[in-house]
Design a protein around this ligand. Structure first.
Ligand code: PMP
Length: 429
């Protein structure tokens, strides 16, 4: 039995089906935008550990910072014996995050945990309980974040009852026939039918829906939501778990908008592969929770904070915000050339800000009908040819590119060549 097949058999016997695997190749080592499996086969990595590796696998500065921290202490629990890297990271994020006025930051471990805490903080600060989220949004898999996530299968099926007082609005999306006007009218209907605005603690949304298919929030919607929040005393929460840390051509995707969120959840690429998440928010809101109400044993691990400080250094030193725009432009140009090719699978024009780029696999040339099965088969063929790439979207029809921003032009080109070959493959067969 091959090494991958052997590991897969052991995995199948030892680990439940509930955690699905996008691939059955098992990692042996990884470097920047490349990884090698248990059989020594090399892959170009366009998945980046699901948006975690904007600075690539094992960036030397991140590894060095982590090693330095490992020699000092690895865990004391910030709530028991606090430490400087946590404070230094909070100070740095407070200084750069798009928050009105003074900001404060608290750290956790996972993206879902950060999102849960945005809701806790918003509820404590407003004395209200309702939360409004969006169809097709993704906020995590814990009980509350699952409730906020706007997709039943596979995230909610069988896991009820969901949390109380979570409401969903349609997300404006041309592809699915929902206009901005539909969204704003649905909000008015919601206020009239289900929940008075003065009972709403927060509206939460991703500036660019990630798992939902790389759908940016229209500028007009963000402004309209901000105005509604101000009118009714509702807090606006931006879930930047997937969009953060240079991916969209800004450090935070909210910088693409003229209005600001009150609270921002961050995770994934913040710590370059180490488990760390956080909530950044307006200081006066963040301080409304009584001592002891927030936290967690591992929240803000010193090792992960050291990694995150190095990630911020790398983003600055290597100009990764600007690099995201360069990478995004190259990806977009190449993907655009695929849309006119009859010898390739039918695909939509690319979309997304910066290097948060995606396209849809379509049922036929000239149609807009999504084809999730074809997208899934495409990711399989790409893997066979040496490219790890992920799908997303309501029907699984969207192919998303999350290549490290530190990847060389040559590796990015190589990945795009493989993608092109995989798009051509069904015709070869
Ligand atoms: N919010 C967003 C926008 C995400 O993309 C994700 C993860 N894909 C989460 C929250 C949950 O993060 P985690 O898996 O670390 O709990």
């Amino acid at each position: 039995m091959s090494a991958n097949a052997d590991l897969h058999a052991r995995r199948t016997a030892a680990v439940p089906r509930g955690v699905a695997n996008a691939t059955a190749v098992y990692a042996a080592r990884a470097e920047n935008a490349e990884l090698w499996d248990a059989e020594g086969r090399r892959y170009v990595d366009f998945a980046g550990g699901i948006a975690v590796l904007n600075v690539g696998h094992r960036h030397p500065r991140v590894i060095e910072a982590v090693q330095r921290q490992l020699d000092l202490y690895t865990h004391t629990a910030f709530q028991i014996v606090p430490y400087e890297p946590y404070i230094a990271l909070a100070e740095r994020l407070n200084a750069v995050a798009p928050i009105d006025g003074p900001a404060k930051t608290i750290f956790f471990t996972t993206g879902a945990e950060a999102v849960e805490n945005t809701v806790k903080i918003a509820r404590a600060a407003t004395g209200r309980s309702a939360v409004i989220a969006f169809v097709n949004g993704f906020h995590g898999r814990t009980q509350l974040t699952m409730g906020l996530t706007g997709k039943v299968a596979p995230y909610k099926r069988g896991f009820g009852p969901g949390p109380a007082e979570v409401y969903h609005l349609p997300f404006p999306n041309d592809r699915y026939g929902v206009s901005l006007d539909d969204t704003l009218r649905a909000l008015q209907f919601l206020f009239a039918a289900d929940v008075a605005p003065d009972r709403v603690a927060a509206i939460i949304l991703e500036p660019v829906q990630g798992e939902g298919g790389f759908n940016p929030v229209p500028v007009e919607l963000m402004s309209a939501l901000r105005a509604l929040c101000d009118e009714h005393g509702i807090l606006l929460i931006a879930d930047e778990v997937q969009t953060g840390f240079a991916r969209t051509g800004k450090l935070f995707a909210m910088e693409h908008y003229s209005v600001k969120a009150d609270l921002i959840s961050v995770a994934k690429s913040m710590a370059g592969g180490f488990p760390l998440s956080g909530v950044i928010g307006r200081a006066e809101i963040m301080d409304r929770v009584d001592p002891g109400g927030l936290g967690g044993t591992y929240g803000g691990s010193p090792v992960a904070c050291a990694a995150a400080l190095a990630v911020l250094d790398v983003i600055e030193a290597e100009g990764l915000v600007e690099r995201a725009n360069v990478v995004g432009a190259a990806l977009t140009e190449r993907l655009r050339s695929f849309t006119t090719r009859n010898d390739l699978l039918p695909v939509s024009p690319p979309r997304g800000p910066g290097a948060m780029v995606a396209f849809d696999v379509l049922a036929s040339h000239g149609s807009r009908e999504p084809d999730g099965a074809a997208a899934k088969a495409l990711t399989g063929r790409a893997l066979e040819k040496g490219l790890v790439i992920l799908s997303c979207g309501q029907f699984g029809e969207t192919i998303r590119i999350l290549v490290p921003l530190t990847a060389s032009d040559a590796v990015i080109e190589e990945g795009m060549d493989i993608l092109e070959a995989a798009l051509a493959a069904p015709q070869d067969a």
